[in-house]
Write a protein that binds this ligand. Sequence first.
Ligand code: GTR
Length: 394
Amino acid sequence: MLMVAVVLPSMSVVAQQKYGAKPLEFESLKEWKKVHRPAILEFFQSEVYGRTPEKQPKVSFEMLEQSDKALGGKAVRKQVAINVEGLPTPILLLIYQPAEAKGKVPAFVCMNFKGNHQINPDPVIIISENAPKGEELKGDAPRGAAMSRWPLEEIVGAGYAVATIYRGDVDPDVDDNFQNGIHPLFYTEGQSVPAADEWGTIGAWAWGLSRVMDYLEKDKSIDNKRVAVVGHSRLGKTSLWAAVCDKRFALAVSNDSGCGGAALSMRKMGETVAKINKSFPHWFCDNYNKYNDNEEALLVDQQGLIALIAPRPVYVASATEDAWADPEGEFLSALYASPVYELYGKKGLAISAMPQPEKPSIEGSVGYHIRTGKHDITLYDWLQYIKFANKYFK
Ligand code: GTR
């Protein structure tokens, strides 16, 4: 997870280069690795999501609860406190994994929006102190309200573990000037907010996903070489960034991630950089504001983010009624990252034009589908991710 400052071998070449919103075509894998990859990584670290500080707090794990009779006996449930030194409350990790498994199982790591208890009505799920309560629930049933987004029986039935944490346990999704959540733990003496090139909330969430990976590495029933990171919408932006920051994620899925996720920004369709920075000033680093109504100044568009994950497989998904996330921009990003996969000898996206709804493309290392319907993550989406993951993990 440590992001070491990069010394760029050919800074002058890079400085003159603008990668834009185009296919990322380079001469050789060597050139990609030596020149372009470091420049693009540096750009996303310093101008978009912000750097993750190097100094790390102490993290420990505590098993709070365990049962092999979850989901009607189909699953083992584990609840683990991820204790971060200095953080007032633990990051609560909830895992469901197949009850009957021969050997270690692969896993999907996925952050949730409103608390672990919203993914399933299972009454034993511990409710985080940070989860929305009373009024803030806006009529949602407190337990199992997001169940449609978490088809646990299908995922566990397919032989996968699901490991989830609540975003608010890592960093609250509000513009609090970075006074709560994990940011203050990283401030150096005299510092009270992140510097312009330091992480915002998406960077913090990605850091949290890496702590889940730390736990999974210690859990002997999980195969830590077969862990996919999945996220929907703002958490899809986060899953892509988490996969860039942490190579232990062997596969990444971005579901309807839109602006600042998979979608190309320079198209200015749906949500734009200016709009996202205005509505969510805490998601990205301060430097990202330079690109408000100034997308052409970006060194590279969001296809660069996907390319940074290569050669590990990535799946990008869209929904037909999700114009705000610019489905075509999400598709093009996957397409434009593909030449980098080819440098590694892999097939990128196997198609070159936007497919029909419900016609997924999973032949290459870059997968894509567009589903009929709204901005959401559904059973249909998950079934495609399972199929895609099976190609690499089974
Ligand atoms: C919207 C935001 C999107 C997306 C979405 C979500 O309000 O504009 O970028 O992140 O929220 O997370 O559901």
